[in-house]
Design a protein around this ligand. Structure first.
Ligand code: NAP
Length: 295
């Protein structure tokens, strides 16, 4: 039987509607909207597009968004000042530095400037450190990995005791997903570009998270029958049949994988819609926490 599709679009829509309701309640309670501050440096079209998408998503659920758009040649000081400005702005409850930053900017130094209470992207080094330490709670967990965990939860397949394989160890996806799966009591294997015999490693997994950045990299015959497969990848490939001349595919060869997996996400329509939704959820949470403290 082909795998059941985990519909990220539907899950995201449900959660966004809950966020919209809670944002209305927040306005009634405080007289102001929750606010997200975005720092964008340079003119990378993909980054500009992500920032526009985030702004539209904010508007739809009743979160105010404000962008500081800085030229590519900005200095370290100017970028950090933009972050510090949002830290001090009481109308801004969450701060996001759109990555990647230009090469001459020290990314860690910029992220470290974000107030922990406003780190709605969950990638302040202290928050990532807390995620990896037993008995510590990060202020926020990163958006894409949190979305991945919710999609796994949707399947009803227990994470506790499961064998999980995460392919990819990036700071924003692979590593935090692996930490979150470990915290949920899975037995986790992290694979990367130097891992040997990936198909054999993946074959042992009840849960597979692919965050590689290579089109259709994970093949169906690598998978254990019935596995939960979460495809984080978003790769554009040429497609003459599409108006744009390209389409997006994941890191998993979907057609072969769905014949073997128990549950699988699609690309697009899987993890993607969850990422922005989790950013909205964290921004609302940040605003609510700040309001609770003031009361
Ligand atoms: P990244 O920073 O490029 O990391 C890719 C990871 O894959 C690295 O850890 C790398 O290993 C590993 N890798 C590369 N080639 C491999 C191979 N042949 N075998 C095993 N591992 C290999 O990418 P990322 O930022 O994590 O993103 C991963 C994918 O997710 C991309 O397609 C990206 O577009 C997508 N993404 C989607 C969302 C969303 O919201 N849907 C959000 C973020 C990212 P090394 O560490 O050894 O180099």
């Amino acid at each position: 039987m082909p795998a059941r599709i985990i519909d990220g679009q539907a899950v995201a829509k449900r959660i966004r509607s809950e966020i919209g309701g809670a944002a209305d309640d927040y306005v009634k309670r405080t007289g102001a909207m929750p606010g997200l501050g975005v720092v964008l440096v340079g003119d990378d079209p993909a980054s500009a597009m992500y920032v526009r998408m985030k702004r539209r998503a904010c508007e739809r659920v009743g979160i105010r968004s404000e962008a500081q758009i800085l030229p590519a040649a900005s200095t370290q000081q100017e970028v950090e000042d933009a972050v510090r400005g949002f830290n001090e702005d009481p109308a801004i409850h969450g701060i996001l530095a759109q990555l990647p930053l230009p090469d001459h900017i020290d990314e860690e130094a910029v992220l470290s400037q974000i107030s922990l209470a406003k780190d709605v992207d969950g990638i302040h080094p202290v928050n990532i450190g807390r995620l990896g330490m037993r008995g510590r709670e990060p202020s926020f967990t990163p958006a894409t990995p949190t979305g991945v965990m919710i999609l796994i939860d949707e399947t009803g397949v227990p994470v506790e005791g499961a064998q999980a394989v995460v392919i990819g160890r990036s700071n924003i996806v692979g590593l935090p997903v692996a930490l979150m799966l470990t915290n949920a009591n899975a037995t986790v294997t992290i694979c990367h570009s130097r891992s040997r015999d990936l198909p054999a490693v993946v074959k042992g997994a009840d849960i597979v998270v692919a965050a590689v950045g290579r089109a259709e990299f994970v093949k169906g015959d690598w998978l254990k029958a019935g596995a939960v497969v979460i495809d984080v990848g978003s790769n554009s490939v040429p497609d003459e049949t599409s108006e744009k001349g390209y389409r997006y595919v994941g890191d998993v060869a979907f057609e072969s994988a769905r014949q073997v997996a128990g549950y699988i996400t699609k690309v697009p329509g899987g993890v993607g819609p969850m990422t922005i939704t989790m950013l909205l959820a964290n921004t609302l949470k940040a605003a609510q926490r700040i309001a609770d403290i003031k009361q």
